[in-house]
Design a protein around this ligand. Structure first.
Ligand code: ATP
Length: 488
């Protein structure tokens, strides 16, 4: 087994052991591509989403021009439904085009993504690529739409068919006019949304990286056509900075601009923000986020109907009778600019990120093994999650050194005081060394221990997860010290 696969197995085992991530419906054998987040995982994921929402919406200052931006702009949030009118998916192109090509093996019944044959293994031994065993009998590639189909109402017939959304973006586009007319915003402005998306992936794999149910954090940024290129560059660079600010600092994070051949037909520019996950072969990266310049494709599709490319133009796709193959809403989604007296369909810049992939990258980046001295000074191997304090599920753990002499009572008082502000954990069971190591594995940045000296001078030890250094601090100063260090 390669070293990186080994690391991934250790990270997955840690996620299970400490309650970050479990297989969904595990007592029934699990279900491929679905994962549950445990007590620590749910906090980690909430912290990722909160950091994104603050950065994108609530902490955004619309009165000043951010560094690198062409102008000041407004940001608002939205929360739209997972199931939408089925015409949404026809006009957007997902009904026709949101598919992967798959290949079946008639001999062993395994299914592979056609574009991943090179990196897949035939389930038979010795392991070789699909098609390389004597008995392999592969079909030609066939299309498979990734949208989960469902029915609305009591009738199970084609008129009741709809889909679970495969991205949150369409909920934003169809609400463009609503937001414009109710939120007192002017182009350029952005709408942000966090929510579940569903894709019936042919080969879900690599832990949570490719799941069938996952969460996205998406912005649709509406801007005038002439400044759209500058906005694209702004969002692309800003989004990379966000990952760095959460601790993805290593050379494992990269920005990759797509060449024209890789872009969707409507896109004028696309860049992926990628991470070298340990389950990937050396030198390969996996997508955390795609930032795309989508021109006026989306709003026009929902006005006019499904669009296709004709030379340099996007035109409505028509059937034999000259009617739109998939009609749009017919509603006017253009924008009238009061200042310039111009009417136009805004262009869209879309930074589209995955919550689960971000959480996984943060866990991979944070995972570390080192050796620290135990109580007797002998080196002990430890596993530590060096998570950024903003992202760490638990911010501090409070322990009494022993379960007597009034120490538990003081420790519980400290715990209750800090609990008002942060997610803090109390533990009085087991040796202090084991309690520290459990918190190191959970990524808790600070441990606070009440000991015999506390009774005399009202001080406690404050232990730093990364350096394991302990300093003596006054209980009265704990809150302000933690506030400062957690912000760092
Ligand atoms: P990939 O090429 O890896 O399938 P994609 O290009 O189809 O990804 P997008 O449609 O751009 O992905 O979706 C935006 C983001 O949503 C991705 O960057 C990723 O973080 C997340 N995402 C997409 N599909 C999945 C999935 N199956 N499981 C987990 N996250 C996903």
């Amino acid at each position: 087994m390669s070293e990186s696969n080994n690391t991934m197995e250790k990270i997955a085992a840690l996620c299970k052991r400490r309650g970050f991530i479990y297989p969904s419906s595990e007592i029934y054998g699990g279900i491929g591509g679905f994962w549950d987040y445990g007590p620590l995982g749910v906090e980690l994921k909430r912290n990722v989403k909160e950091a994104w929402w603050r950065d994108t919406v609530t902490a955004h200052d619309e009165t000043s021009v951010p560094a690198g931006a062409p102008s000041a702009y407004a940001m608002v949030g939205l929360d739209t439904t997972i199931i939408m009118h089925p015409q949404v998916w026809k006009a957007s192109g997902h009904f026709d085009l949101f598919y992967d090509l798959f290949v079946d093996c008639r001999a062993c019944k395994a299914r592979f993504r056609a574009d991943q044959i090179e990196s897949s293994g035939c389930p038979r031994k010795p392991s070789v690529r699909p098609g390389e065993h004597d008995e392999c009998d592969l079909t030609d590639p066939r299309e498979f739409n990734l949208m989960f189909k469902t029915y609305v109402g009591a009738l199970i017939d084609p008129t009741a068919e709809t889909y679970l959304r495969p991205e949150t973006a369409q909920g934003i586009f169809v609400n463009f006019k609503n937001v414009l007319s109710t939120a007192r915003v002017k182009v350029p402005f952005g709408i942000a949304q966090i929510g579940k998306s569903f894709r019936n992936e042919i080969t879900p794999r690599n832990f949570t990286f490719r799941s069938r149910e996952f969460e996205q954090m998406e912005v649709e940024f509406f801007c005038p056509p002439e400044s759209s290129e500058a906005w694209y560059v702004y969002w692309r660079d800003r989004r990379v900075d966000w990952y760095v600010s959460l601790g993805l600092k290593s050379e494992k994070l990269r920005l990759r601009e797509h060449g024209p051949e890789e872009r969707a037909h409507y896109s004028c520019g696309t860049a992926d923000i990628e991470y070298a996950f340990p389950f990937l072969p050396e030198g390969e990266f996996g997508e955390l986020e795609g930032v795309s310049h989508r021109s006026d494709f989306d709003l026009r599709s929902h006005m006019e109907g499904k669009l296709i490319r004709d030379g340099n133009e996007l035109v409505v796709e028509r059937d034999e009778d000259g009617q739109p193959r998939y009609a749009g809403s017919g509603k006017d989604l253009s924008y009238f600019d009061d200042a310039t007296k111009q009417k136009y369909v805004p262009h869209v810049i879309e930074p589209s990120a995955g919550v689960d992939r971000t959480a996984l990258a943060l866990l991979c980046e944070a995972y570390d093994e080192d050796a620290i001295p135990d109580e007797k000074g002998a080196p002990q191997e430890r596993v530590v999650l060096r998570l950024h304090p903003r992202i760490a599920p638990v911010k501090a753990a409070v322990f009494p050194l022993v379960k007597k002499d009034g120490q538990p009572e003081i420790a519980a008082d400290v715990y209750r005081a800090l609990k008002k502000r942060w997610h803090v954990f109390y533990d009085e069971k087991g040796s202090i060394g084991r309690r520290y190591r459990r918190q190191d594995e959970s990524g808790t940045p600070f441990c606070i221990t009440v000991d015999h000296r506390t009774l005399q001078d009202e001080t406690v030890t404050l232990r730093d997860r990364d350096t394991t250094e302990q300093s003596r601090v006054r209980i009265a100063d704990l809150e302000s010290i933690l506030a400062e260090r957690l912000r760092a």
